[in-house]
Design a protein around this ligand. Structure first.
Ligand code: SF4
Ligand code: SF4
Ligand code: SF4
Length: 285
């Protein structure tokens, strides 16, 4: 976990900014986090009145990607408390034109302190918002971020193809195809997912080693230029399966080969819809 801004200070600032946004901006609702009244857990919440802003918090358990919740209500004008990885997902939505910027008020979190048990936070290279209307917390400087990332290694870097096959065969053997990883992912948002398609039937019903591998390989192949490396997929998995290292590998390959980082700007064309004759063609996996 990173500790640049305390959760307590961020929570206090979020309450104030949320109150202001609900009082002064013409929004239908604000998405954020609150302490569950009965569970005591940090839960996503929708509030509509300034006086409800007192309930809001930001904690090390603020795992769900509120960016994805925006898509549920995209006809409404919404404000959202956005971690930097959420702002990248939002910038990606804007680049694909699936949400209207005029319907968004983004409260971005600077110097994100990260989340408990989320390994993506240890590798996170975007800890300030890439797009926002309001901000809370102190920014982390690029020098500080570079110092924190020095020496970080990614799982697939040193693995041979045979070791990768062995690793993922063991990981996916525990997969029950519950699709919680897909549902938690902010950039898995197709109206009709290929896993539920029966014409053609890409993945047969039921779980087996082959079917699980097909599901994960196909999902991974949908991720180049989309994955913002937030770790929500892995955090959602009830079996503790490592699938993020595959999408993270593509995340780094897109940068290395095409100088492309998903969700860095709303104006950036999606990776797979933009090409030049000079592009390298090494294949991704
Ligand atoms: S991955 Fe998201 S939650 Fe984790 S440190 Fe980065 S911006 Fe924060
Ligand atoms: S694939 Fe995983 S790490 Fe990548 S954007 Fe989706 S949830 Fe986040
Ligand atoms: S959340 Fe875990 S168990 Fe469920 S489909 Fe994804 S990898 Fe498999």
């Amino acid at each position: 976990m990173k500790m640049e801004n305390s959760y307590k200070d961020l929570s206090a600032e979020i309450k104030e900014v949320a109150k202001k946004v609900l009082a002064e901006e013409d929004v239908d609702q604000l998405l954020g986090f609150a302490q569950g009244e009965f569970s005591g857990l940090t839960e996503p919440v929708i509030i509509k009145k300034a006086e409800q802003a007192q309930r809001m918090v930001f904690t090390e358990d603020a795992t769900p990607m509120l960016s994805k919740y925006l898509l549920e209500y995209k006809e409404k004008k919404q404000a959202v408390v956005a971690k930097p990885c959420d702002t990248r997902a939002i910038a990606y939505y804007l680049s694909e034109d699936i949400i209207d910027r005029k319907n968004l008020v983004i409260i971005g979190i600077n110097g994100c302190p990260g989340l408990k048990d989320n390994t993506a936070c240890d590798e996170c290279d975007t800890r300030n918002p890439v797009i926002s209307d309001y901000q809370v917390g102190e920014e982390i400087s690029s020098a500080e971020l570079a110092a924190e990332l020095k020496g970080v290694k990614y799982l697939l870097e040193d693995m041979t193809p045979a070791e990768r096959k062995e690793h993922y065969s063991q990981e996916f053997a525990r997969c029950t195809q519950c699709y919680a990883c897909r549902d938690a992912c902010p950039v898995c948002y197709c109206d009709h997912c290929y896993v539920e398609s029966n014409q053609p039937e890409w993945v047969e019903e039921g779980s087996s080693a082959d079917k699980d591998m097909i599901f994960h390989l196909m999902r991974t192949m949908h991720m180049p230029g989309r994955c913002v490396n937030c770790g929500a997929c892995e955090m959602a998995c009830p079996e503790g399966i490592d699938m993020r290292s595959m999408t993270t590998h593509l995340y780094h390959k897109a940068e290395e080969l095409y100088d492309f980082r998903p969700g860095i700007s709303p104006e950036q064309p999606p990776l797979l819809s933009d090409f030049s004759k000079e592009d390298s063609e090494p294949g991704f996996l």
